[in-house]
Design a protein around this ligand. Structure first.
Ligand code: HEC
Length: 124
């Protein structure tokens, strides 16, 4: 399950239309300032409940609600795998949100201004 979670977070699953979580949340998963939250240091139950709430429509973000679309692509097994893997990752000391992404976000998210794409350095 942990390996499946890691793969979804880092690579996504193109065949099932699931983009890699790191493509928006940053390679270091510390988020991208100012509007993409980090995914580390969050309890597994919190991650499970947020992804579940997006699936059921209890949590909503501005349209297009990219996280709702992504969460709906995840099976319950995917959700627990992703949450378990994320919650087991160490939080790097002083882990700050990135300011740029290495490539354009794979999907547009409402309420998120275009994140600048780094030309040389990989965002961390
Ligand atoms: C296309 C960009 C994008 C991708 C890909 C993406 N996310 Fe997100 N994610 C966002 C945005 C934007 C938000 C903030 C939504 C809001 O305004 O509430 C968010 C929020 C979240 C949150 C809520 C964090 C909190 O503090 O409440 C979780 C959990 C999350 N994403 C998990 C994931 C997982 C797991 C994946 C991969 C399966 C993923 N995301 C892929 C853009 C993305």
């Amino acid at each position: 399950a942990l390996e499946q979670g890691r793969r979804l977070v880092q690579q996504g699953d193109a065949a099932r239309n699931i983009p890699a979580c790191v493509a928006c949340h940053g390679a270091g998963m510390t988020g991208v300032a100012p509007s993409i939250p980090g995914l580390l240091g969050l309890p597994r139950d919190y991650l499970n409940s947020q992804l579940g709430a997006w699936k059921t429509g209890q949590r909503r973000a501005h349209a297009p609600d990219c996280m709702a679309d992504i969460a709906r692509q995840l099976t319950p097994h995917d959700v627990s795998a992703v949450s378990a893997w994320l919650a087991s990752q160490p939080v790097v000391a002083g882990g700050k949100p990135a300011r740029t992404l290495p490539a354009a976000m794979p999907v547009r998210c409402g309420g998120v201004a275009d994140v600048p794409v780094a030309t040389a350095a990989v965002a961390r």
